[in-house]
Write a protein that binds this ligand. Structure first.
Ligand SMILES: [Zn+2]
Length: 148
């Protein structure tokens, strides 16, 4: 492991998400390169982030399903300065954080990667990529969708 990746490991060690019984399937899925979202067994709607009830009908009958990982940029912002001078994020500047609307409906915030800032536009098609940021933490990011 290089010195810089040790720094990354240390950084992510204090910013790690709180893993609970409710959201654990999501984080476990990322390690398997699967983007999991919840689907309501009663009304069929999808939601993200993890909740105990369906936000559409209130049912508690939820299941985890695999998202296509495809969607479009609903909104975004360009980050030009990092609060706290994190060396990990500072070296990424400037970068984009997008609010991605998945094909299944839910929206999630994520960093854009593998692209130029000029690629980041409202309604631009994107696809998920999985980034191992620590030995026990994988997070979703998005990049412009490859034309098929
Ligand atoms: Zn429902």
């Amino acid at each position: 492991m290089s010195a810089s990746s040790e720094t990354a490991e240390q950084y992510w060690s204090w910013t790690k998400p709180e893993i609970t019984s409710l959201n654990k399937p999501f984080w476990d899925g990322l390690k398997r390169r699967e983007l999991l979202i919840q689907r309501c067994k009663k009304c069929g709607e999808h939601q993200w982030y993890a909740r105990a009830n369906c936000i559409h009908c209130g049912s508690r009958e939820l299941e985890w399903v695999k998202s296509s990982g495809k969607g479009k940029i609903y909104s975004y912002t360009i980050i030009n300065m990092v609060v706290g001078n994190s060396p990990i994020f500072n070296k990424e500047l400037p970068y984009a954080v997008a609010l991605v609307e998945l094909d299944e409906g839910p929206r999630m915030y994520a960093m854009m990667t593998d692209c130029y800032l000029s690629d980041v536009k409202i309604d631009a098609p994107v696809e998920v990529v999985f980034k191992d940021v620590a030995s026990d933490l994988t997070i979703p990011m998005f990049r412009p969708a490859k034309s098929q």
